[in-house]
Design a protein around this ligand. Structure first.
Ligand code: SF4
Length: 307
């Protein structure tokens, strides 16, 4: 069962555009995070331990990180997007950003950039820089961590920004022709499926090109790890996740590109849920749900709010 049959995946979109297999190569360019260094907040988002997602060392030159990533992929791809993933990859002066992004774009077979950041860390100068790469014909994605549209939840998970910061960022990015991929988490503390669908409704009301979905998972070193061990936080079981993700995807118009519909983390970093250790079981469960109830866009005329 292929996810591409039911979902407008990033892989399908890139294959159509470049007529080649294009994959993301994850990079770590020694950024930090304003929600950790005290500028915008302290302690970070409650679910976050950046060690759980940055596999590359910040001291390794970008060219070497890219070479390593290409080698690991072997013949699974012919072209690549340089993905500045770790921490807040726009959180430095523009000259530093330019040097980092350029050092990736000059490498062989790099067709564009994905830049992961927070909605409150994309001043116009940064968007102007990214927009200049769009003008040069590169594929450019701004990956904005939002997680939820609900301000009460954003506060609960210590994001340090409100939904209005996201609305401001996506609308400014659009002016520079930059595609935005919004990261959302299903199963956040205090949220049920109704809140998830309300979030979808609100992000679809803004200019949006892509979505990255993942389940709440608890990792070592995060604030939620303590709460989980104290029995104060729950995680979704895989069947519930597949049903919520399936409903979410059915209510999403077909032109929106899904960068991911689930997520993984490795043990011993991953505490829960265990099913997040492997990618395919949850992706298969989501696929099955879509096969049974309809794929992306099937319910775009249905009411979004689940009662
Ligand atoms: S999720 Fe992103 S914004 Fe939040 S603490 Fe981690 S690096 Fe910072």
């Amino acid at each position: 069962m292929q996810l591409d049959q039911y979902v407008h995946t990033l892989g399908r979109y890139l294959k159509g555009k470049f007529d080649n297999k294009v994959r993301k190569l994850t990079l770590n360019a020694a950024f930090t995070c304003p929600n950790r260094d005290g500028t915008l907040g302290k302690g970070g988002c409650t679910f976050c331990n950046v060690d759980s997602f940055s596999q590359q060392s910040a001291t390794t030159p970008i060219s070497e990180q890219l070479a390593r990533g290409k080698k690991q992929l072997g013949n699974k791809a012919q072209q690549y997007l340089a993905y500045f993933q770790a921490y807040t990859s726009t959180y430095r002066e523009v000259e530093y950003l330019k040097a980092q992004y350029q050092s990736a774009l000059i490498e062989a077979n790099i067709v564009g950039l994905c830049v992961g950041t927070r909605p409150d860390c994309v001043p116009d100068e940064v968007l102007q820089l990214l927009g200049s790469y769009v003008m040069q014909g590169y594929e450019v994605w701004l990956e904005l961590g939002l997680q939820t549209s609900h301000d009460a939840t954003l506060k609960r998970i210590n994001r340090g920004h409100q939904f209005s910061a996201y609305q401001d960022a996506v609308n400014r990015a659009q002016k520079y022709g930059i595609k935005v991929c919004t990261h959302l988490i299903l199963g956040l503390p205090g949220e049920g499926q109704t809140e998830v669908m309300q979030t979808l409704d609100k992000v679809l009301a803004e200019p949006l090109a892509g979505i990255k979905l993942h389940p709440l998972h608890i990792v070592e070193g995060s604030i939620l790890a303590k709460a989980y061990r104290a029995g104060k936080v729950d995680v979704l079981d895989m069947d519930t996740y597949a049903q919520w993700a399936g409903d979410f995807i059915r209510h999403t118009p077909q032109e929106i590109i899904f960068h991911r519909v689930s997520a993984t983390a490795n043990k011993p970093m991953l505490i829960a849920p265990d099913w997040c250790q492997l990618r395919w079981p949850s992706v298969t469960a989501v696929c099955q749900n879509l096969a049974e109830h309809g794929g992306q866009g099937a319910n775009t005329n249905s009411p979004l709010i689940i009662k």
